[in-house]
Design a protein around this ligand. Structure first.
Ligand code: GLC
Length: 671
């Protein structure tokens, strides 16, 4: 254990890299326009004119502004690039790739004249059943926040406004309009808010989309504490607070609750509803002015009033976007198990089984995209390997298995089994389990079974995991997914993704299990009784071991971690660095993780928390120096008495290694 004496100066340094800033001039220009608008115009302007379009006021030079979903590609009446889903992007642990995804999404928007992209989705993964986990960035607030900030910077530096969603605690889909997420303040601030805070403070996000659900019994679109005290006063947000589609439930509540823009269109934000309330003194007109001001100053800052959004020079079917989708898929697939099965050799005779191997699936709902094409696992393997057979009809299974050395069973979910507005079971479908059984019964001792899972989160592996020689978590890898998976299966590239979630052995192992909605429950609220101890924080507390821990992922190579160093930078942050040596036989990328432990604190704190990571491509036999910079949030906890993050002096441990369950390097510092 290496001891470092360090006094941490409470320096706040947010990289204001390429953020879109709302300047005083933007505000003045907006204010001048507000003064010229009639009350009726103002009431119409704070609601969509029609779905995905804001209200135009041509006499004042205010055009209609087009929005479009979604986090994994441009939707709404267009064909476009289908990127890997959010949780796969998080599994790359690659900030540059998240930034590049933002760039490509912005290109796809500009090619179509879209000004506002309704993404990223950043809700924390609390349990595997949530139908929209696939769109989000996993269970850890630090990884989700880093991914979100880079995605947003990438989108916005190319002239498109991003929208971080769904604010907040929208961690299940069942009864999403009526259920209340009951979460204490510290848990919100330490777990469910940080990705939104980083989106605002480091990403400079232009818009925040409120969620459908209630938070502590108050609808998000009426929640002044969230939309004003937290967003504006605590975090300094100056952009647009928009509703989700039909997530406004009253006029007075939403006007007073800090909502700026009702989507898709005016139901409660209409002149007919608002003007009488102003005339009767129930509502102040200044509140309406403030909403118009937020919308206009943000539009002005993004240049939406000064230049056409469509860029004719950008192709709608953009090879650069396809290349981005492929690179993300290559780095986000996670190898969970590999016992002498992968990579295949030139002599391998591969049998692809399962619908997901023939048609590349994606998650369902508003995050869907209609791609120009998709590459399935079968397509990808056929392009790279000679001996590939694909089972279109199950009846030939036993016959075809006799011809092969390796079975690749592609299972999991698709847009009908996992998506928006519904939750899913933890288990694979009965049909898939039956087919898995048939395959395993027909495997000879010489044959290998590789299972590829398409899902937005954990699935129950207890019944079949031991009989699979290799398991890949492919999430929903997008239109180029089949190529990326084939390159990994045939050893052209090593897998390097690592889990942004913990994968439990049994459903009841999950720290949230006791209070997560189940299909039968009638309750209209979910109490987040596990508090901050969700995900790996919860497993560290309960002592239950997950099947695959947060941050875990295998490679085709092996790595050694050494030479940890910790130093305090002039700005008061703490720089952590260490060596990673590729001790294996294959060049490969590796993700190094840094966790912090508060050895002694006045409040209960997790055993450790992810507060840094770095990723590099390391040639076989080579050593690369990794580094991470920890800011004051890395050491602080949220103090509900002062309603702020607080750093208590004392001893902290800095832990570094390949996963949350494998941290060979340790140092202590005194703060
Ligand atoms: C949906 C989703 C939201 C999406 C919006 C527009 O219901 O919750 O993520 O952006 O409506 O489709």
């Amino acid at each position: 254990m290496r001891k470092f004496a360090a006094i941490l100066f409470l320096a706040l340094s947010f990289g204001a890299k390429a953020q879109v800033q709302i300047t005083p001039q933007d505000k003045e220009r907006a204010s001048a326009l507000v003064k010229q608008m009639t009350l009726e115009e103002k009431c119409r302007f704070i609601a969509g004119a029609r779905s995905f379009y804001t209200y135009a006021i041509p006499r004042l030079g205010i055009p209609e502004i087009r929005m479009a979903d979604g986090p994994q590609g441009v939707r709404n009446n267009t064909v476009s690039t289908l990127y890997p889903c959010g949780i796969l992007t998080a599994s790359t642990w690659n900030r540059d790739l998240a930034h590049r995804l933002g760039n490509s999404l912005a290109d796809d928007c500009r090619a179509r004249g879209v000004s506002i992209l309704l993404g990223p989705g950043v809700n924390i993964y609390r349990a595997p059943m949530c139908g929209r986990n696939f769109e989000y960035f996993g269970e850890d607030p630090y990884l989700a926040g880093e991914t979100a900030a880079q995605y947003i910077l990438g989108v916005q530096e190319k002239g498109v406004m991003a929208t971080v969603k769904h604010f907040a605690a929208n961690n299940q889909e069942r009864a999403r309009h009526t259920m209340s997420s009951d979460v204490d303040e510290r848990t919100l601030q330490e777990i469910y808010f940080p990705a939104f805070r980083k989106a605002v403070q480091e990403g400079g996000v232009g818009a925040v989309m409120d969620s459908y659900n209630l938070v502590n019994s108050v609808h998000s679109t009426e929640n002044a504490w969230m939309n004003k005290v937290v967003l504006r006063d605590q975090w300094g947000f100056e952009g647009i607070v928009m509703s989700d589609w039909t997530s406004v439930y009253s006029t007075i509540g939403a006007v007073n609750g800090g909502l700026d823009l009702e989507c898709p269109k005016g139901v409660f934000f209409t002149p007919e509803k608002i003007v009488p309330l102003i005339e009767n003194g129930v509502l102040e007109e200044s509140l309406i002015d403030e909403k118009v001001q937020h919308i206009l100053q943000t539009f002005i800052a993004f240049g939406f009033l000064d230049k056409p959004q469509k860029d004719e020079s950008i192709p709608e079917n953009n090879p650069q976007s396809a290349a981005t989708a492929l690179d993300i898929a290559r780095e986000g697939v996670v190898l969970l198990k590999n016992e002498n099965a992968l990579p295949f050799t030139k002599k391998s005779k591969i049998l692809v089984v399962g619908n997901n191997g023939i048609k590349m699936p994606h998650g369902g709902g508003s995050g869907e995209v209609t791609p120009f094409y998709t590459i399935s696992v079968a397509d990808g393997l056929k392009a790279l390997h000679k001996k590939v057979t694909v089972i279109e009809d199950k009846s030939l299974l036993e016959q075809e298995m006799a011809s092969c050395t390796d079975v690749v069973y592609c299972c999991g979910f698709n847009r009908d089994l996992e998506g928006e507005a519904f939750d899913r079971p933890f288990s694979l479908t009965p049909k898939q389990l039956e087919l898995m059984e048939r395959i395993q019964q027909n495997l000879t001792a010489k044959q290998h079974l590789t299972v590829i899972i398409n899902a937005g989160g954990a699935v129950d592996m207890s019944g079949w995991r031991d009989h699979a020689d290799a398991i890949l978590m492919a999430w929903y890898p997008g239109q180029e997914g089949g190529t990326a998976l084939a390159e990994i299966l045939t050893g052209r590239i090593s897998p390097s993704g690592k889990l942004p979630i913990s994968i439990e052995e049994k459903a009841e192992d999950n720290p949230s299990f006791a209070t997560y909605f189940d299909a039968g429950s009638k309750q209209s609220r979910t109490s987040y009784s596990e508090g901050i101890f969700t995900g790996y924080r919860g497993y560290d507390k309960t002592g239950v071991k997950p099947l695959y821990p947060f941050g875990f992922g295998l490679s085709y190579s092996t790595f050694k971690y050494s030479n940890l160093a910790v130093e305090v930078l002039p700005d008061g942050n703490v720089k952590v660095s260490f060596d990673v040596t590729n001790t294996g036989k294959k060049d490969a990328a590796e993700i190094g993780q840094v966790y912090v432990r508060d050895v002694k604190s006045s409040v209960p704190r997790p055993l450790k928390e992810l507060k840094g990571y770095d990723k590099h491509f390391v040639g076989k036999g080579k050593t690369v120096r990794y580094s991470a910079v920890l800011d004051r949030y890395a050491f602080s906890f949220y103090d509900t008495a002062s309603h702020s993050f607080k750093l208590e002096g004392g001893e902290f441990e800095i832990l570094a290694g390949p996963s949350s369950a494998d941290l060979p390097l340790k140092a202590t510092i005194q703060l």
